[in-house]
Design a protein around this ligand. Structure first.
Ligand code: PEP
Length: 250
């Protein structure tokens, strides 16, 4: 998208201990990478690593994010993490509504909407994930599903500076399968027009990331698609070399 600075975001999921911080140091120590120059970069680490990750890349162009937050600021919610806690630990972003959260924890568009608002209240940028299942794609209902998820999970008040949308077809996550560039173009164009209709200029400038089996070998093609403003990368974000190679698509 013209005038939109691309973002390559990693999602480590439930992977990583203290040793993994070396990968972050490798990313920031790579000379002449696109990070901080042509693009922004972010790694969403497990909650246990947010503080150490943020300390270890402090002052560098690499941002650190969380993978989920609770909708409430505090209280009797054993085991949950609030957006304020992530912010306090050094996060700048948080993923909400990842399909694994929707599936494993029964998260609904309404819950994700509340989590995105909690993220904003804490000063975090919300990365709101949407995407269709394989059955929904085969039934031809992808654009309808995406439209419903956008309407339900993107709160009023969303702006290009507080929200990022990630389109992640569920059947492409962790499977090695990807949609064709033409399919990605169609979905991203639909997301763009929905966001622009609802949010005006903010919708025109909001980043729309593609996620689902992005790797060095397909990054140039997928990230070159119109209205693809970066990637959300799972498996290939675990190794600095792969993450950096994806960033080299720019
Ligand atoms: C993800 O977890 O958001 C993701 C896209 O995973 P992968 O890149 O491994 O498909």
């Amino acid at each position: 998208t013209p005038d939109v600075r691309p973002l390559v975001a990693g999602n480590w999921k439930m992977n990583g201990t203290g040793d993994s911080l070396d990968e972050l140091r490798t990313i920031v120590n790579r000379p002449n990478s696109a990070i901080g120059g042509k693009i922004d970069a972010l790694i969403c680490v497990p909650a246990t690593l947010v503080f150490r990750a943020a300390q270890s890349v402090s002052g560098e162009a690499l941002n650190i994010g969380g993978q989920d937050c609770h909708a409430k600021r505090s209280g009797a919610h054993t085991g949950d993490i609030s957006a304020d806690m992530l912010k306090d630990a050094g996060a700048s972003h948080v993923i909400v509504g990842h399909s694994e959260r929707r599936t494993d924890h029964g998260e609904t568009d309404n819950m994700i909407n509340a989590k995105a608002r909690a993220a904003w209240d804490a000063g975090l940028i919300a990365i709101i994930c949407i995407g269709e299942t394989e059955a929904q794609r085969e039934a031809g209902s992808t654009l309808g599903i995406i439209g419903g998820q956008l309407a339900g999970s993107v709160p009023d008040g969303a702006s290009a500076s507080n929200t990022i949308v990630a389109y992640e077809p569920i059947w492409a996550i962790g499977t090695g399968l990807t949609p064709t560039a033409a399919d990605v173009r169609e979905v991203h164009a639909s997301i763009r027009s929905t966001l622009t209709r609802r949010l005006g200029a903010d919708g025109e400038r909001m980043r729309i990331l593609y996620g689902g089996s992005v790797k060095p070998a397909n990054a140039v093609e997928l990230l070159g698609v119109e209205n693809v403003d970066g990637a959300l990368v799972g498996g290939a974000s675990l190794k600095a070399a792969d993450f950096l190679a994806i960033c080299e698509a720019y």
